[in-house]
Design a protein around this ligand. Structure first.
Ligand code: CA2
Length: 145
């Protein structure tokens, strides 16, 4: 069985660590990807990391995961609250996935409280900062064991 996780970060997450540290913390996207890879390695899992600001590119990456990944960790950014297309892509590949948010979306504006993806997710982590990615890897390792 494949031992690879697809890590997907959506729009604007390439800006991590450059502004709004009070909401999203000081770590960069590179830090997030490194933490995810290092945690996964402890469980003999590999990571393919993708970030895009384009909905179609994210969908293509999710489709490709069907070939060689066992699970997906996704921070869909603002597409969480808007994208039926991302939801359909995740439903289509039928891989177990975790939805991760750096901030606690339920403590923020009303429009961030709804996720199109969450009903299909194995689990959702929101508000644990970058540690949420580490926790997601640990839970996925359990689910895959
Ligand atoms: O809390 C999260 O991880 C979010 O997915 C982040 C999204 C937001 O739209 C979601 O509601 C919750 C926004 C990502 C923007 O990231 C930035 C990071 C640094 C500076 C500016 C934007």
């Amino acid at each position: 069985m494949t031992r690879r996780i697809l890590l997907v970060n959506g729009p604007n997450l390439n800006l991590l660590g450059t502004r709004e540290p009070e909401i999203y913390g000081a770590d960069t996207l590179a830090d997030v990807e490194r933490l995810t890879e290092q945690t996964a390695a402890q469980f003999g899992l590999e990571v393919r990391a993708v970030q895009s600001n384009h909905e179609g590119a994210l969908i293509d990456a999710i489709h490709a995961a069907r070939e060689d990944c066992a699970a997906i960790i996704i921070n869909p950014g603002a597409f969480t609250h808007t994208s039926v297309a991302l939801r359909d892509a995740l439903a289509g590949v039928a891989l177990p996935f975790a939805e991760v948010h750096l901030s606690n979306v339920h403590a923020r504006e009303e429009f961030r409280h709804h996720s199109y993806l969450a009903p299909l997710a194995e689990f959702v982590i929101s508000g644990a900062g970058v540690q949420g990615y580490e926790l997601a890897v640990r839970r996925i390792a359990t689910l895959l064991s």
